[in-house]
Design a protein around this ligand. Structure first.
Ligand code: COS
Length: 382
């Protein structure tokens, strides 16, 4: 159920203040240390950020999609690494459980996820299964009351801190594609599960990705999420939702970059006047503003459709495609407007330029979004 407007505005205002007062001032340090300070993570827990999307019955804030996107836009105004700290709990790490879990599974894990006591990860990608996610090779073989998991997952966000993984594994090697894949809730402490050191990345320092390996990990059949063979559908529905959330964050980053660009262009003087007075600079600001407004409208309209119960597979893919490509262009223009200052580390613009690059890749590349949009448009007849 939607929050009343006053409560919603209060929440947005609280998050905005937290982002402005607590997150923005430490962005550079977080990037340098490659870590978000523990006390900031505790404050995020206190604000309920880990449980934004978890139903109230299980201790979360129970936001609808529009509200979650509005919070995502606010959080996007600080370095995206901060969002990553709680992003998996709000999105891909928890929503399989929210949408497909049994009451007992939900009761066991959701309260801890909502409070941030349990960190979650979504383990789909493998060395040979990225965009082609139906090709997962990790095996889950039924043995009595358990499944035995063997295989390896790649680039798994928050795996280093996660205590609960949603793992997509092949239960039927003979079934073609996604229909042989099942989803499992796998606690970190099961024997045989190991997590690699974090990868060195291009951006979003402070957010971490790891390989996760399963070596004869015995998972109780009780932990299966949905029916056998339903794992691909679980993953796709989780991603439909996750793509919309990411699109919201892209809007937030773009809006922040616009504020930074306007402030810099108003202050920086060349040829005796602020560069904001030059029409070629104004053209870049106008293009960025127009695109950010369009992305915001698409994200929120899609979120409202989803809240109304509509299937938004197409629209969520369109929002992710447009917003992630848009923020790439906005970040590129920001570097251009800042000129030399955009290229040096002190101003933080080059950091955001690097940070936003992954939005066009994770939770489905732009090319995958194009495939989904085309498939759904052809299905709908236009
Ligand atoms: N919701 C519900 N069901 C869905 C679905 C969705 N969004 N998308 C696909 N399905 C179902 C289809 O209806 C189909 O079911 P049936 O077999 O009963 O007809 C089944 O899943 C297979 O669908 P499809 O044939 O389209 O699957 P493909 O293997 O061709 O894959 C793409 C489609 C490429 C679009 C999909 O694999 C994908 O999204 N890949 C990217 C994954 C991703 O984002 N990876 C990033 C890593 S996770 S951070």
């Amino acid at each position: 159920m939607a929050l009343d407007l006053e409560t919603r505005d209060q929440l947005i205002d609280t998050v905005r203040r937290f982002v402005t007062e607590r997150l923005r001032p430490i962005e550079a340090k977080v990037a340098e240390d490659d870590a978000v300070p523990a006390e900031v993570i505790e404050e995020m827990k206190g604000l309920g950020l880990f449980g934004l999307s978890i139903p109230e019955d299980f201790g979360g804030l129970g936001l609808n999609m529009e509200e979650e996107c509005l919070v995502g836009i606010e959080v996007g105004r600080a370095s995206p690494a901060f969002r990553s700290v709680f992003g998996t709990n709000v999105g891909i790490g928890s929503q399989g459980l929210v949408m497909f879990g049994t009451d007992a599974q939900k009761a066991k894990w959701l309260p801890g996820i909502a409070s941030g006591q349990i960190i979650t990860s979504f383990a789909l990608t493998e060395a040979e299964a990225g965009s082609d996610s139906a090709a997962v090779q990790t095996r889950a073989v039924r043995d009595g009351d358990d499944y035995v998991l063997n295989g390896s997952k790649r680039y798994i966000t928050n795996a280093g801190k996660a205590s609960l993984f949603t793992v997509m594994a092949r239960t039927n090697p003979d079934a073609k594609g996604g229909s042989g894949v099942s989803a499992f809730l796998v606690p970190r402490d099961l024997p045989g599960l190991s997590v690699s050191k974090p990868e060195k990345k291009m951006g979003q320092q402070g957010a971490h990705i790891h390989d996760v390996t399963f070596d004869n990990v015995r998972v109780p059949a009780w932990n299966r999420l949905g029916e056998e063979g339903e794992g691909f559908r679980v993953a796709m529905q989780v991603l439909d939702r996750g793509r919309l959330h990411i699109a919201g964050v892209c809007v937030g980053v773009a809006e922040r970059l616009l504020v930074d660009c306007v402030a810099y262009a108003s202050e920086r003087k060349q040829f005796g006047q602020p560069i904001a007075s030059f029409q070629l600079i104004q053209a870049m600001i106008a293009d960025s503003k127009t695109e950010a407004l369009a992305a915001r409208a698409l994200v929120l309209e899609t979120a409202r459709k989803r809240d109304a119960g509509e299937n938004v597979t197409l629209e969520a893919a369109a929002a992710k495609l447009f917003a992630s490509e848009m923020v790439g262009r906005v970040a590129d223009r920001a570097v251009q407007i800042f000129g030399g200052a955009g290229y040096v580390a002190d101003y933080g613009i080059e950091r955001l330029y690097r940070d936003v690059r992954i939005f066009r890749i994770y939770e489905g590349t732009s090319q995958i979004q194009q495939l989904v949009i085309a498939r759904e448009t052809l299905k709908r007849g236009g």
